[in-house]
Design a protein around this ligand. Structure first.
Ligand code: ARG
Length: 469
């Protein structure tokens, strides 16, 4: 596809001063067409808006603008059909398109670059690209939230152990656990929306860095490209990549959330837990151990987080020492962003797929919830509520009861009343009512708590919100 011949980007752009073309190594380090060709739609849309503005302001002849516009439409069709030859010698997507436009329409094409520069052009294209990516990723987040909320509604009363320090802490419901991720994901979507609000200003017309002496209408191009307004400072317009950094920061937090969930899926699938099983659709077998069913999709969702954090750090590092305004360093902004988008898109799809695919082993969840003294807090709360003990004393008594049960290799609910009374004589057999996992979760009715009623209501609320945004 790439034509590496030394055809003249130099002649088109700085031919006046440079007699020879760049040598091969210069071309190799300088060219971005290998990756920035992804911006072709945005580049053509921005050029069409720019041309229309040049016409509306009387800077260009309507006839010239008509040929430019027709030529750009033809180029879009050529690229779409895979019939466009991208040339490395023409450096980047902007010059490739402009050179082809010159081949197609001749002289008018040479007027398109009036009152703009590749500096404001690339800033505009890249903002448009990231804006589209935000919209697509937000839809994917919503789809994952929907998958989680549906499973949560189904498992509003499914008891599982809740952990702190990965030690059994108190029983919770699976629905509650899944809805915790729905909350995280809704903040992730909110962060992306916030980033989009700040991103949505149009740098086109800042030209190289200082603005232009032509009577351009920046509101015209901003509006035509769906931006809220033009950017206010021409230097900032061409030197700012905050929008890409903010996007990568939001993706990093999102990826971190997905990685935590992936880790839980991996734990839940493991032999000691067996809380869930994934079908062949989301697992692979081992080439040597026939019994294995490995949760590779979850492991890769966990691992791809590294690329996304890496993209953020890479771009922060590229930007950190750059003086105003544009520097070629900034061409290194694109690959990390493209890579992060590819990774997060896969992670979101795979995670939604696994949530829909997993079968839940409710017995195993319940059995583990009932072990490990998960209802010790319920016992202490009973002592406080019924015997009016200060919580600290109740905690101490409960600790002694746990030690006794542990010594007899029993769970709390299996201790005899006599044994319990040997530690606290006022205990009655009513205490056994609070020692079951169901009683425990059902009692957690405080706002945001894990009681099945709360969870069913929260799941229903999310399902409704997601269906009617
Ligand atoms: N390919 C360049 C980039 O991605 C376009 C801008 C080039 N500007 C310049 N002054 N050389 O950043």
């Amino acid at each position: 596809m790439n034509d590496k011949s030394n055809s003249p980007a130099s002649a088109l752009q700085w031919g006046g001063r440079f007699a020879a073309g760049p040598d091969a190594i210069m071309q190799a380090i300088n060219a971005s067409i290998g990756f920035d060709r992804k911006l072709w739609r945005q580049d053509i849309a921005a050029s069409r808006a720019h041309a229309a503005m040049l016409k509306a302001t009387g800077i260009l002849d309507p006839a010239d603008v008509q040929s430019i516009d027709d030529g750009l439409a033809q180029i879009a069709a050529e690229i779409e059909a895979g019939k466009f030859t991208f040339k490395e010698s023409l450096e980047d997507i902007h010059t490739n398109i402009e050179a082809r436009l010159t081949e197609i329409v001749g002289e008018p094409a040479r007027k398109l670059h009036t009152a703009r520069s590749r500096n404001d052009q690339v800033a505009t294209d890249f903002r448009l690209f990231v804006r589209d990516a935000i919209d697509a990723i937000e839809l994917q987040i919503k789809d994952l939230m929907l998958a989680l909320a549906s499973r949560a509604a189904q498992h509003a009363a499914t008891v599982m152990p809740g952990f702190t320090h990965l030690q059994t802490a108190q029983p919770v419901t699976l629905g509650h656990h899944l809805l915790a991720y729905v909350e995280m994901l809704s903040r992730d979507a909110g962060r992306l929306r916030d980033a989009k609000t700040r991103l949505n200003e149009c740098p086109l017309g800042a030209a190289a860095l200082a603005g232009t002496s032509f009577p351009i209408d920046r509101n015209f191009t901003a509006k035509a490209l769906g931006f809220d307004r033009p950017t206010a400072n021409s230097l900032d317009s061409v030197s700012d990549r905050d929008f890409a950094l903010e996007f990568l920061a939001a993706l990093s937090i999102l990826a971190m959330h997905l990685s935590r969930f992936a880790e839980e899926i991996i734990i839940w699938c493991s032999a000691p837990f067996r809380f869930i099983a994934l079908s062949d659709a989301f697992t692979t077998g081992s080439s040597i151990m026939p019994q294995k069913r490995n949760p590779d999709a979850a492991e890769l969702a966990r691992a791809k987080t590294g690329r996304i954090f890496g993209a953020l750090i890479a771009l922060l590092t590229v930007m950190k020492g750059l003086p105003m305004a544009y520097a070629k360093d900034m061409q290194e902004d694109k690959e990390p962003v493209f890579d992060a988008i590819g990774a997060i898109t896969l992670c979101l799809s795979a995670t939604a797929g696994m949530v829909r695919d997993m079968t839940v082993n409710t017995q195993n969840m319940r059995a583990l919830a009932a072990s490990g003294f998960a209802t010790a807090t319920d016992l202490a709360d009973w002592l406080v509520r019924i015997l009016q003990m200060p919580f600290r004393d109740a905690h101490h008594v409960t600790g002694r009861l746990v030690a006794l049960a542990e010594a007899q290799n029993l769970d709390l609910a299996q201790l005899s009343l006599t044994d319990m009374r040997s530690i606290e004589p006022r205990i009655t057999d009513e205490i056994f009512d609070v020692l079951t996992v169901d009683a425990s979760v059902t009692s957690r009715t405080s706002y945001g708590g894990t009681a099945p009623g709360n969870v069913a209501a929260a799941a229903a609320k999310w399902l409704d919100t997601l269906a009617n945004p």
